[in-house]
Design a protein around this ligand. Structure first.
Ligand SMILES: [Zn+2]
Length: 141
């Protein structure tokens, strides 16, 4: 293999890996399982959602929760983000099943999750990047 061929091969392999990575987003069933696991780990299993699912019609919020129905919805825009970010949003919505609003009691619940601050920073960064007037080299998907 020449150096140029090798370089091309590496590029092709990297593209294939990236494609696999983005296809590996988790489904609704796995999302519900994860919610159960997170609730058990951080809230002593007290948050028990009736349904947890992805939605595509949520573009201004990362997640939402209807405590009366016990339903949690996560924006599909989270798919492909790091696991700790998805877990944070899931945990955030689970916490709303226990405490409505964003008062001190609510944030105290989320303090149990060690990556709350990091995940919030990541999401703030995503929002800020979306507002940049010039976005160089956007990834096509
Ligand atoms: Zn909230």
């Amino acid at each position: 293999m020449s150096e140029a061929e090798e370089q091309r091969w590496v590029t092709v392999m990297l593209d294939k890996l990236a494609a696999q990575e983005s296809k590996r987003s988790i489904g609704d069933a796995e999302l519900a399982e994860r919610a159960e696991r997170l609730s058990a780990q951080y809230f002593g299993g007290r948050a028990r959602p009736v349904s947890v699912r992805w939605v595509t019609n949520q573009n201004t919020r990362w997640g939402s929760c209807t405590p009366a129905e016990g339903s949690i919805r996560l924006s599909h825009r989270l798919q492909g983000m790091p696991e700790y970010v998805v877990d944070y949003v899931l945990l955030h919505e689970l916490a709303h099943l226990l405490v409505p609003g964003h008062g001190p009691r609510f944030w105290r619940l989320l303090e149990a999750y060690p990556r709350t601050e990091r995940a919030r920073g990541y999401l703030e960064g995503v929002v800020a990047a979306g507002r940049l007037p010039h976005q160089p080299a956007q990834r096509a998907e």
